[in-house]
Ligand binder design. Structure first.
Ligand code: GLU
Length: 582
């Protein structure tokens, strides 16, 4: 967007969006159910379902379906995700994995051409990048096992938003502008999200009748409406013969009706680790999120962070992250295909050994993966995979969290991978298909190479933290591999530095992922905090970008709840409680 256009958009947003953002509250405390999402409409959908007597699982699906309408570039039924659920009655945490799978036609060399990795950007905007979507199946499993309402009931609010439309915000406009070239490649995508090839002006009401129809069909026929029949056929066609604009050529994928009909979600045991008296439940493989966060917390437990100067404590947080990322990159992938040394990586004894590689005074160089195999309870045949290449982290997602009056809690991260996913809107149904296959490593040998039916390794990290067996707080974020550092940093801010959750979320984010440079947000470089870290050897990546968009709920000791969303990132988030404390 040109400077003038940005100014104009800003001016329009001031006229048209201020009433909306004034209505948004990024922090809300009270009793009963609570919700935090990045979209006001999504939080309202969750509240409507809670007010009708639905539980947190029902409300989470309602919010997610609405985010599929208002935040279609981040998430939706064309993608997949991970839902973490605390069931109050059973006092247990379970994880619903509905990550996309590679179609049956995929081979380990699918992203290599003439012995080299395929071009990343060209692969991303193509049918070949699309994994078999898991979201609808995940919602089905969550609702039918742990919910109380039908698809029809929980999709109703989202159908309302898709039918009546929503105002294009400055943020939505900016994302459209950033993805304009990708959306222009596909006629169905330009027709929905652009006007004459340009982003819709701020304040335009965007209606999505195709999305409303898809939700109505799912409401009437259940998940089968998505995995068999006309929607499945439309997906297979869009992947195999992408609906390109005149003169455009992109690579096709080879997804079949059988790939869709055979898709299954998985109910998984979460990762559990302890940290300073808290029990931290994180997402297991195929997400690396829970394991990397667990390992980093184990490393940090060896230091009394709250007694250290802020820069020294932040340095240790970044070193722990560096070491955890080296291990994550080397060992983690879909557990149905790879025997990853999870127990070893999460063992406190392994952390004690690995901690000896942390220099408390100085930012370290890039490190190699450690050797967790001697710390496995059941040692598997050691493999020594090469370190993965660093993947681009400009990609995004959404995270939401809901609790209900009975104490059930949902932390849910779902995605279509990059902003705008593959860029392909499924004709007639108004949703974007993911490009999740680009989360595989393109070349091996590596545990995370593509294979038929395999789930690409993720970083998503919906996290539920208990204390003395009761929910203490929940947190999660979008942001590709920075999800791991955002969740880790927020936990450290809250638990070690004692920040209230809104301050923990709004604090400047730093992300060190075993690279020479560290990511910091715009405005951080030059600050006193940055200078103190530079003295310890930190270098900031030249291009500073906003990191993540977290949402959290804190369960206070007096029985009240505090829902917290972003105060300034990704627009302003929306936190609501059923009965306000005021
Ligand atoms: N595809 C990413 C993952 O699963 C999420 C995308 C993002 O948050 O940017 O880790």
């Amino acid at each position: 967007m040109t400077h003038a256009a940005r100014r104009l958009a800003l001016a329009c947003s001031i006229v048209l969006v201020i009433p909306l953002s004034q209505a948004r509250t990024p922090v809300a405390s009270g009793t009963g159910g609570a919700v935090a999402t990045i979209s006001e409409q999504a939080s309202q959908s969750a509240m409507a379902i809670l007010d009708k007597g639905g539980n947190a699982i029902d409300a989470a699906v309602a919010a997610a379906a609405t985010l599929g309408v208002t935040d279609p570039y981040s998430c939706g039924i064309g993608g997949g995700g991970f839902m973490m659920i605390y069931l109050a009655k059973d006092k247990r945490v379970i994880a619903v994995d509905h990550r996309e799978t590679a179609p049956a036609s995929v081979t380990p060399t699918v992203f290599q051409e003439n012995g080299k990795d395929s071009d990343f950007d060209a692969t991303l905007a193509s049918g070949a990048s699309v994994g078999v979507p898991g979201t609808v199946r995940g919602w089905h499993e969550a609702l039918s096992r742990y919910g109380t309402m039908s698809f029809k009931q929980v999709l109703a609010p989202a159908i309302g938003v898709a039918t009546k439309g929503f105002e294009v915000s400055d943020n939505f406009h900016r994302m459209s502008a950033e993805n304009q070239k990708k959306l222009q490649l596909f006629s169905s995508s330009s027709a929905l999200f652009l006007k004459n090839g340009k982003p819709l002006a701020v304040g335009t009401v965007l209606k999505n009748p195709g999305m409303a129809k898809a939700y109505r069909d799912i409401g009437a026929q259940g998940q089968k409406a998505f995995y068999q029949g006309p929607i499945a056929r439309a997906i297979v066609d869009a992947v195999g013969k992408p609906p390109v604009a005149a003169g455009v050529r992109v690579r096709a994928g080879a997804m079949t009706m059988a790939d869709l009909a055979n898709y299954e979600a998985r109910i998984r045991q979460p990762i559990k680790t302890t940290y300073r008296g808290y029990e931290v439940y994180g997402m297991p493989l195929p997400s690396s999120g829970g394991i990397a966060i667990g390992e980093a917390l184990n490393l940090l437990e060896g230091y009394n962070l709250k007694t250290l100067p802020r820069a020294s404590a932040e340095h240790l947080y970044m070193e722990a992250s560096r070491l955890a990322f080296a291990d994550r990159n080397a060992y983690l992938a879909d557990p149905e295909y790879v025997d990853a040394p999870v127990a070893g990586l999460l063992s406190k004894d392994y952390a004690a050994r690995r901690r000896t590689q942390m220099n408390a005074e100085r930012a370290g160089p890039k490190v190699l993966a450690g050797d967790p195999y001697p710390f496995q309870n059941d040692p598997s045949v050691p493999q020594r995979p090469q370190a993965a290449r660093l993947l681009a982290d400009n990609a995004h997602t959404t995270h939401l969290t809901v609790s209900d009056k009975d104490g059930n809690v949902v932390a849910y991260t779902f995605t279509i991978e990059s902003w705008g996913g593959s860029g392909i809107v499924v004709p007639g149904y108004g949703f974007l298909l993911n490009n999740e296959m680009t989360d595989f490593d393109f070349s091996g040998p590596h545990p995370n190479v593509p294979e038929a039916g395999k789930r690409p390794r993720s970083s998503m990290a919906p996290t539920i933290v208990l204390k003395s067996g009761k929910p203490a707080f929940t947190v999660g974020s979008p942001g590709g591999a920075t999800i791991i550092t955002t969740v880790l940093q927020t936990i450290v801010n809250h638990v070690d530095f004692g920040m209230p959750m809104d301050k923990a979320i709004n604090a400047p984010r730093l992300s060190q992922r075993n690279d020479a440079a560290t990511d910091a947000e715009p405005g951080f470089a030059g600050s006193a905090q940055a200078l103190a870290l530079e003295k310890l050897g930190y270098k900031w990546r030249a291009k500073a970008e906003e990191i993540g968009a977290a949402n959290a709920i804190v369960f206070n000791a007096d029985g009240t709840v505090t829902a917290v969303s972003e105060g300034k990132r990704h627009g302003v988030g929306s936190a609501l409680v059923q009965k306000s404390a005021n």
